[in-house]
Design a protein around this ligand. Structure first.
Ligand SMILES: Cc1cc2nc3c(=O)[nH]c(=O)nc-3n(C[C@H](O)[C@H](O)[C@H](O)COP(=O)(O)OP(=O)(O)OC[C@H]3O[C@@H](n4cnc5c(N)ncnc54)[C@H](O)[C@@H]3O)c2cc1C
Length: 399
């Protein structure tokens, strides 16, 4: 195992770290209680600087201006920009576009790449990914009911989706729909590109999540597909290949999520320690940092974050060495370990901040609201534990 960072990557990480501290984190006040319009302008100005620095969307394929990073380097990048909720957007690597870029790059036809991939990588348009449905269990997507019926040279889509994140303002959706209900379960569905201005693509609402419906990129759309007709040339990959593509989208993507969460955990932890040192709690001038309870929290969290980080880097290294399939166990394990470690770090930092922790004067409450979902999307904790546990126990069964 070797997580040694190359000199080149070390320089990039130092540049990213400095940019995050000086240019991105200061925008959080505008995000938390300023004007969305002013925020959009300032984010756009920061994006222009990132492009000038040659650090725009480093995770994208080298032929599209990315840096051709290894999975370990991807992870380190995600950790660095994860320190602020605005980091991914400022560096052009936000979900769901990043995952869509990966699958368009791998499965897109030359025409699909020209029309959708190129402007997506350049940050000129946004996209969304439309798989989960309100009426069927997302944890078992073979149950999904949205259909794409063949009609001459077209598919006609019908069905209800929700949690189509960032549908509001997106140029297109990649939709998972049943193209052959009689095929074996994992060959029933396909991925189809649906421009959002197609008649029959109806954004019903931005679903209110933890008190906020959001807008634009920061939203989760409910979408009704009502006789929504697209040409068959919008099929991504092969008919019936939807589950294979979905798997490709999720595997390495979990490294990005986990390392971004570790960025959140690290910053929450730092804020916690700073607050503990500053907050005087008795007449002798003792601070929270003088209290054993807080010392234990600091010790436990530091150890847990370090463990989660090493586990994630190891999973990334396994993918680099042996591919995502061989690293299945490692990927399942980090998904639930890191999500829970990150949430514990945010929660503990809020506790140490007292009332300040639940205000929007710091970023902690934002993370508390927005990152709870980490234990649900990309495979709920229980789903990963069940599949990992089953594989582990099988190794010990008498053959
Ligand atoms: C913030 C956020 C963003 C999202 N973005 C997108 C997006 O862009 N595109 C998209 O298509 N979807 C998106 N999703 C949806 C997400 O993929 C689903 O929520 C997820 O797959 C779980 O499906 P479900 O919500 O239907 O839960 P269900 O499948 O109904 O499961 C509910 C709960 O049951 C438990 N459970 C499920 N299966 C098992 C099992 N086998 N064993 C034990 N317990 C189990 C788990 O605790 C789980 O949380 C997003 C979700 C959130 C919260």
């Amino acid at each position: 195992m070797d997580f040694v960072v190359s000199d080149e990557m070390r320089v990039r990480l130092a540049m990213i770290g400095e940019f995050m501290e000086k240019e991105v984190i200061p925008l959080e006040g505008e995000m938390l209680h300023g004007s969305p319009q002013t925020l959009a302008e300032r984010v756009s100005a920061a994006q222009a600087k990132v492009k000038q620095m040659g650090l725009w969307a480093p995770n994208h394929p080298a032929e599209f201006g990315g840096l051709g990073l290894s999975m370990v380097d991807h992870g380190l990048f995600a950790e660095a920009v994860g320190r602020s909720p605005l980091g991914m957007t400022v560096f052009g690597t936000q979900a769901p576009d990043a995952g869509n870029i990966e699958i368009l790059h791998k499965y897109g036809t030359p025409e699909q790449r020209d029309r959708w991939l190129q402007p997506l990588v350049a940050g000129e348009i946004r996209s969304c990914f439309s798989m989960t449905e309100p009426e069927t269990a997302g944890s078992n997507p073979v149950l999904l009911e949205t259909t794409a019926t063949s009609d001459g040279d077209s598919y006609v889509l019908n069905g209800q989706k929700w949690f189509t994140s960032s549908a509001d303002g997106a140029a297109f959706a990649i939709v998972m729909a049943v193209t052959d209900p009689h095929a074996p379960p994992h060959q029933r569905a396909s991925m189809i590109i649906v421009p959002t201005d197609t008649p029959g693509f109806n954004l019903v609402r931005n679903v209110s999540v933890m008190g906020e419906a959001g807008s634009g990129h920061a939203s989760h759309g409910e979408v009704a597909y009502q006789s929504c007709r697209v040409p068959k040339s919008n099929l991504l990959g092969s008919e019936g290949g939807g589950f294979v593509i979905a798997q490709d989208r999720l595997g390495p993507g979990r490294i990005h999520h986990c390392m971004r969460w570790l960025g959140i955990a690290a910053r929450s932890f730092e804020m916690m320690c700073q607050r503990a040192n500053d907050r005087v709690v008795d007449a002798n001038g003792d601070t929270l940092a003088d209290r054993q309870t807080i010392q234990h929290w600091a010790a436990e969290l530091e150890a847990e974050i370090r463990g989660a980080r090493l586990q994630t880097l190891h999973a990334a290294w396994m993918i680099d060495q042996h591919g995502a399939k061989v690293a299945r166990d490692e990927i399942s394990a980090i998904k639930f370990v890191v999500a829970n470690t990150m949430l514990k770090a945010v929660d503990t930092a809020i506790q140490v901040h007292g009332a300040l922790g639940v205000t929007d004067d710091t970023v902690l409450a934002y993370w508390y609201r927005h990152e709870r979902a980490a234990r649900i999307y990309d495979g709920a904790d229980e789903v990963h534990k069940t599949s990992l546990g089953r594989r582990i126990l099988r190794r010990y069964s008498a053959s």
